[in-house]
Design a protein around this ligand. Structure first.
Ligand SMILES: NC(=[NH2+])NCCC[C@H](N)C(=O)O
Ligand SMILES: [Mn+2]
Ligand SMILES: [Mn+2]
Length: 298
């Protein structure tokens, strides 16, 4: 398989230093060699250009979303990179960087597929709008924007209108949702599998349910967005918004393998590694372990 590696060294969406070092850290840790090992052709497209904005200018007049302008600019570029890779029959692997990049990835893959599915594996929902967000950080908004909710410069990024239908959107592992997110998830009838539901029904039956729904839909391609904070707080010191009661590594691998086995996953993000917060490279090593597993099963 051909893989296009796209680095997005962005931290504007989380407003915290360190996430911008994620892509190069993963390269240092051997992400290229790890992917090659599984007989793939990898094209490292390098890192997207991130304009420098002084901290004091994170809000411009009338803005309520921090660093909105560079976020729109970067995500538009990313959308086109993802779209171009897909048109060349290459699998885009987007490495972050904070999760605001999810909007660019989804926009590019949405333009490519007739009916896109999105699987969002995350401790968070990331479906806030500028109105519901407690932090005004854009990494809490990408999936909401892709669903057509929020600021119009995010909603209409890359092309006008909604990028994914609610019935084709699956959130797995959420356990830290804001009030407005819970409300929106209900209103849109999203396929939301919180940690509570997963604990009650069992992970296996939840995954079966997701795959069933996908098989009975018109989805012709899926973007899988993996936020490493879906893993338990104790496993990922190197991430900005860790949450307890998360998945262990075996559970994460089980989810990934089942989803990859459908052969419907056509692009992926791996986000929210913050090397400055990491302890002895635990988190970056874990990312490499997951990448190794993913490309063994893809
Ligand atoms: N991609 C993430 N880690 N998102 C964390 C979002 C946290 C919180 N819900 C917010 O909107 O600010
Ligand atoms: Mn996230
Ligand atoms: Mn998260």
């Amino acid at each position: 398989m051909d893989i296009s590696l796209i680095g997005v060294p962005i931290m504007y969406g989380c407003d915290r230093q360190g996430a911008q070092y994620g892509p190069d850290k993963l390269r240092q840790k051997g992400i290229i060699e790890t992917i090659k090992k599984h007989e793939n052709n990898i094209y490292d497209l390098g890192n997207l250009y991130i304009p420098y904005i002084p901290e004091m200018d994170k809000l411009t007049f009338h803005d309520t979303i921090k660093y909105l302008k560079p976020i729109v600019y970067i995500n538009t570029n990313l959308a086109h990179c993802v779209y171009s890779a897909l048109t060349s029959n290459s699998f885009p692997l987007v490495i972050g960087g904070d999760h605001s990049l999810g909007l660019g990835s989804i926009s590019g893959s949405s333009k490519f597929h007739k009916e896109l599915g999105v699987i969002w594996i995350d401790a968070h929902g990331d479906i806030n709008t500028h109105e519901t967000s407690p932090s005004k950080n854009a990494h809490g908004m990408p999936l909401g924007a892709a669903l057509g909710k929020g600021d119009s410069s995010l909603v209409n990024l890359y092309f006008y209108g909604t990028k994914v239908k609610p019935e084709n959107t699956f959130i797995i592992g959420a356990r830290d949702l804001d009030e407005g997110e819970i409300k929106l998830a209900k209103e849109l009838e999203l396929n939301l599998y919180t940690m509570d539901t997963i604990k009650k029904s069992g992970l296996k039956s939840i995954i079966e349910d997701v795959i069933d729904k996908i098989k009975n839909s018109n989805i012709d391609g899926i973007h899988l967005s993996f936020d490493i904070d879906v893993l338990d707080k104790s496993l990922v010191p190197g991430t900005g918004t860790p949450v307890k009661n998360g998945f262990n590594i075996e559970e994460a691998k089980m989810i990934l393998k089942s989803l990859l086995d459908t052969k419907m996953i056509k692009s992926m993000d791996l986000v929210e590694l913050n090397p400055l917060l990491d302890e002895n490279d635990t988190t970056s090593n874990l990312c490499i372990e997951l990448v190794d597993f993913i490309f063994e099963h893809i």
